[in-house]
Write a protein that binds this ligand. Structure first.
Ligand SMILES: Nc1ncnc2c1ncn2[C@@H]1O[C@H](COP(=O)(O)OP(=O)(O)O)[C@@H](O)[C@H]1O
Ligand SMILES: [Mg+2]
Length: 222
């Protein structure tokens, strides 16, 4: 199972979600690989802060990396790809390699979150690999903000589903990343950890059960 976290926008939580979803899967006993596809190497930096990461981290940020990623992924039950911002070619490669593309979006700044470029890239890839699934993930949500109709309408217009799981803006996420720990190590009994567990389960369900391929979502939303 190959899951990538992608959005052309920086700072939406791609690396935070990649590391923690990888940590969640590893905790369940899976063999997990995290591919750092961002030249800035935030996930690799996180891994360098420790000696014994619960999953393997490799850096691979180049166009046409899909084939190599697929090859590497054969040795693991789950591969997570932490995508780059502003790198069209690499992003395209990440999408092609994926079973599921998670598109983190911040509920603030409604006008900019739609991430048209990434959505378009996913759709182009689905044209020749229709099995690629994709969904928006609400990330860095502030407090009790109601994620209202607006955001769901925009997802509908983009023709992609929006996952039920929401990740709030929580200090524990930022702290854990700074300390080189997964949220399960840093704050195992926390709402932050529970959000990641919920998200991980939901993504696994999307991949395993045959819900919401891109074309189904498109049909559902007209
Ligand atoms: N849910 C969250 N709560 C608090 N801080 C977060 C959260 N998600 C990300 N951050 C912080 O926001 C910044 C950008 O997050 P990051 O995961 O690196 O985004 P991206 O990989 O999309 O650029 C980092 O400093 C990170 O610690
Ligand atoms: Mg990042």
């Amino acid at each position: 199972m190959i899951i990538s976290f992608l959005n052309q926008k920086g700072g939406v939580g791609k690396t935070t979600l990649s590391v923690n979803v990888a940590g969640c899967l590893a905790r369940q006993g899976h063999r997990v690989l995290l591919i750092d596809a961002d030249k800035q190497g935030s996930a690799s930096t996180w891994a360098s802060l420790r000696e014994d990461a619960p999953f393997q981290v490799v850096s691979m940020a180049r166009a046409n990396m899909a084939r190599d990623a697929l090859k590497l992924a054969q040795d693991y039950t789950h591969t997570i790809i932490d995508g780059p911002p502003h790198a069209e070619e690499i992003a395209r490669s990440c999408i092609v390699a994926s079973d599921f593309v998670a598109l983190p979006i911040e509920p603030s700044g409604l006008s900019t979150w739609a991430s048209d470029l990434t959505v378009r890239q996913v759709k182009e890839a689905q044209e020749f690999k229709p099995t690629i699934k994709c969904g928006f993930v609400v990330s860095r949500k502030i407090g009790k903000t109601v994620i209202g109709r607006d955001i769901r309408n925009m997802a509908g217009e983009a023709g992609l589903p929006i996952l039920e799981s929401e990740i709030e803006q929580r200090v524990a996420f930022a702290e854990g990343m700074t300390m080189g720990q997964t949220i399960f190590e840093w704050a195992g009994d926390s709402n932050a950890a529970r959000e990641i567990e919920h998200l991980t389960k939901e993504i696994e369900r999307y991949v395993e059960e045959d819900v919401f391929s891109g074309s189904e979502a498109k049909a559902a939303h007209g």
